[in-house]
Design a protein around this ligand. Structure first.
Ligand code: AMP
Ligand code: GLY
Length: 425
């Protein structure tokens, strides 16, 4: 079997590892990969944005299955293009990907299908947003409000403003292109600020049936105690205690089924991976965001728990028979701690040689997934991105998995290496 993975980060390394784990004979290609992925797969120099190049490669190589890691390729319509060419691919179509690629679209969709989410207003200019803020519909001057760029912004397009003044400053900064590129800010969404515990729930979907993965919690801020700038994610844990059985049932009934049924009724069934960013409020679970792909580093922590062959799950998603497949997960917990380069998430320092990788990887029940790494001309693994490695461990409970991950992380070093010591706390 030949599999193509699209992307180059820790998520894609975990996907390659998972496909290979149950069957070493599979040939994996990754576009465009990293130093860790190159140990499992043949890395091909095609950018995840180059949809035509990827389709051509998949057809020429007779790829049996393509798995898309990130949102950019999905928003560009890679799934539509592959399906037109009769190539098997896991992911949503471009229209279904709008649930992630346009926050305004997602909010209108949730309102239409009565899916619990924060009260909102879609605004197409700074004047309109400021008028709506000053009207008092989002509370008085002291009330926190959330300001979000409509388009894809890699986590940088959201400002949780503590009061109206900060919200207005965020509106201006977004429209002036100070926070994210102007193309991500054709319009913006104002949202009521929700309070509660955040949890992410990711599932496989065949458009009709879904299969939940273990619930996860991500730590998005760079600093300990959830302080400082937002990042792509500094660490994730999976643990059954993150959601009770009752909460999971409520989410399935009030959010997941209406989402899958609503999307199918609107003509864009959501297939592949559906990721719910949730706030567990006093009034029940509410959707903060939809993603239509695996998270990074959620994937690393989730896939180390997967007992069933990922290729078998992909097959069930393509056949629409997820309801007939039993998916097995390890009992217990997992943790992924991200080791980042100096100055991440601003302009990370690159090109430093990484020490201790082999010792860390040899630790029991630990897998070190590569995010931003490359091989230098002498064959050493060097840093090549902001998030560099995801040290991932499984154990029978959360504190043991964290202990294992940190023990392995402490064996790794490079000039300027940084990681949070409070993941899972
Ligand atoms: P998003 O990309 O929409 O998930 O937003 C990024 C982060 O901003 C979330 O993980 C939350 O921590 C925070 N956030 C987003 N929307 C809200 C909201 N309505 N109320 C409170 N916090 C929010
Ligand atoms: N870790 C959050 C994301 O992948 O969107």
């Amino acid at each position: 079997m030949k599999i193509l993975i699209v992307g180059s980060g820790g998520r894609e390394h975990a996907l390659a590892w998972s496909f290979k784990r149950r069957n070493q004979d599979r040939t994996i290609f990754c576009a465009d990969g990293n130093a860790g992925i190159s140990n499992l797969a043949e890395c091909v120099d095609i950018s995840p944005d180059d949809i035509e190049g990827l389709a051509e490669f998949a057809a020429n190589e007779k790829i049996d299955l393509t798995f898309v890691g990130g949102e950019t390729s999905l928003a560009l319509g890679i799934v539509d293009r592959f399906e037109q060419a009769g190539l098997q691919i896991i992911g949503p179509t471009q229209s279904a990907a709008r649930l992630e690629s346009s926050k305004a679209f997602a909010k209108d969709f949730m309102e239409k299908h009565r899916i619990p989410t924060a009260a909102y207003a879609n605004c197409s200019s700074a004047e309109e947003a400021i008028t709506r803020l000053e009207s008092g519909e989002f509370g008085d001057e002291e009330t926190p409000v959330v300001v979000k760029a409509d388009g894809l912004a890699a986590g940088k397009g959201v400002v949780v403003a503590v009061d109206r003044k900060e919200a207005i400053a965020a509106v201006n900064a977004l429209f002036e292109g100070h926070l994210v590129s102007k193309s991500a800010v054709g319009s913006l969404v104002l949202e009521e600020c929700l309070f509660g515990k955040e949890v992410s729930l990711i599932m496989f979907s065949d458009g009709k049936n879904f299969a939940l993965m273990p619930p996860t919690r991500d730590h998005k801020r760079i600093g300990e105690g959830d302080t400082g700038d937002n990042t792509g994610g500094m660490g994730t844990v999976t643990d059954s205690s993150l959601l009770s059985k009752e909460q999971t049932k409520e989410i399935a009934d009030s959010i997941i089924r209406p989402t899958l049924e609503g999307a199918a009724a609107d003509g864009f069934p959501v297939t592949g991976i559906l990721f719910l960013g949730l706030m567990m409020t006093e009034d029940g679970p509410k959707v903060l965001e939809y993603n239509v792909r695996f998270g990074d580093p959620e994937t690393q922590a989730i896939l180390v728990n997967l007992e069933t062959d990922l290729a078998e799950i992909c097959d069930a998603m393509l056949q629409g028979s997820l309801d007939r497949l039993v998916i097995n997960w390890k009992e217990g917990s997992s943790a992924c701690v991200i080791l980042a380069a100096e100055n991440y998430p601003k302009t990370p320092r690159k090109g430093d040689r990484i020490n201790g990788l082999e010792e860390a990887s040899a630790s029991e029940n630990v897998v070190v997934f590569h995010s931003g790494t490359a091989m230098d001309s002498d064959g050493y693994v060097v840093t090549a991105g902001g998030r560099v490695l995801g040290v991932t461990a499984v154990a029978s409970n959360l504190s043991n998995s964290l202990h294992r991950a940190y023990k392995a992380a402490n064996k790794i070093s490079w000039e300027g290496m940084y990681f949070r010591r409070d993941i899972g706390k």
